[in-house]
Design a protein around this ligand. Structure first.
Ligand code: GLU
Length: 309
């Protein structure tokens, strides 16, 4: 990603808002993912919009059985009610394949037989297969041509302002892997459009993916949603919260749930009045929806996890 400069006129959410929370079910939600879910939920509800849930179980080896259902139960326990049916990416292969075929027919996606080992001396894949696959007998991945879109490319993040990036520095992103699994970037671009998303609100850890998803939207003739990348809650060592660095697990008892919801609001700079911190989740959420303000969100990209959650 390249230079960031403040934007004077980032669009704010308007009528017809539709947003989503799109977890990868690699395990249960932890405090960091709760904050992302809550931020997207509040932004949607405060705009009078819809909030959808999409389970991104596109990479089965990374998704233990039952993890998607566990996440849905956790969202319910925290009062985060979604609209419509949950979309499961494992049911969407036909849509991803159709999008890939459209890109290939338009000359925007190409098969690539190269291995990481072959281009290990380069920062990004140098595009050797762009004009004909190097080893037609070998298994191929499919990549997007990054050299045919807008250059340089820009977009406005509602919090971070105008962002500029150089497609050449991003490289030709993989859309379908050699093992025939579709890549996250393609799945998200297709689903966000098919589901009519107007707004993507997610953690700043996903910011680096946004340029690729926008390249794909452009290549497929899709509209671009608005973006808001939320500050990330990090472990004391500064790393993204994860199972490996002992991210606080989510409570299951009502008192713990109430306290964690209040801490998650605080992590989004929307701390409820002290008297509300012990209130039922529905009351805390009602307060948070009516007081949601992106202007209060700190621009600091990370913040430490609260000590007791
Ligand atoms: N599935 C991605 C994750 O859990 C998030 C996708 C998104 O919000 O665009 O990290």
């Amino acid at each position: 990603m390249a230079a960031m400069t403040p934007s004077s006129s980032s669009p704010g959410p308007g009528a017809g808002y539709r947003g989503r929370f799109a977890p990868t079910p690699s395990g249960p939600l932890h405090f960091g993912s709760l904050v992302a879910a809550l931020g997207s939920h509040l932004d949607a509800r405060a705009a009078g919009g819809e909030w959808r849930v999409r389970i991104e179980d596109i990479d089965p080896p990374r998704c233990p059985a039952g993890a998607g259902d566990t996440i849905l139960r956790q969202l319910e326990a925290f009062g985060l009610e979604w609209d419509g049916e949950v979309l499961w990416q494992h049911s969407r292969h036909g849509a991803y394949q159709a999008a890939l075929e459209r890109l290939a027919e338009a000359g925007l996606a190409y098969p690539c037989s190269c291995s990481r080992k072959q281009w290990r001396d380069y920062a990004v894949y140098p595009g050797w297969c762009r004009h004909g696959v190097c080893r037609p007998d070998a298994p191929v991945a499919w990549r997007l041509r990054s050299d045919l879109g807008e250059h340089p490319a820009r977009f406005d993040d509602r919090l971070l302002g105008r962002l500029t990036f150089d497609p050449a520095a991003l490289g030709d992103v993989v859309l379908k892997r050699k093992d025939a699994l579709f890549a996250y970037q393609l799945a998200v671009a297709v689903d966000d459009t098919d589901q009519g998303m107007t707004d993507v609100v997610r953690g700043v850890d996903l910011l680096d993916n946004t340029p690729w998803q926008r390249q794909l939207q452009q290549a497929l003739g899709y509209p671009h949603p608005r973006y808001l990348h939320l500050p990330l809650v990090v472990a004391p060592n500064g790393q993204k919260l994860s199972k490996q660095n002992l991210a606080p697990t989510l409570a299951t008892r009502p008192d713990g749930i109430r306290r964690q919801l209040s801490a998650a609001l605080e992590a989004l700079d929307q701390a409820p009045p002290a008297a509300l911190a012990e209130s039922p989740v529905a009351e805390q959420l009602a307060w948070a929806v009516s007081h949601w303000s992106t202007a209060r969100l700190a621009k600091a990209p990370t913040r430490p996890a609260p000590e007791e959650v």
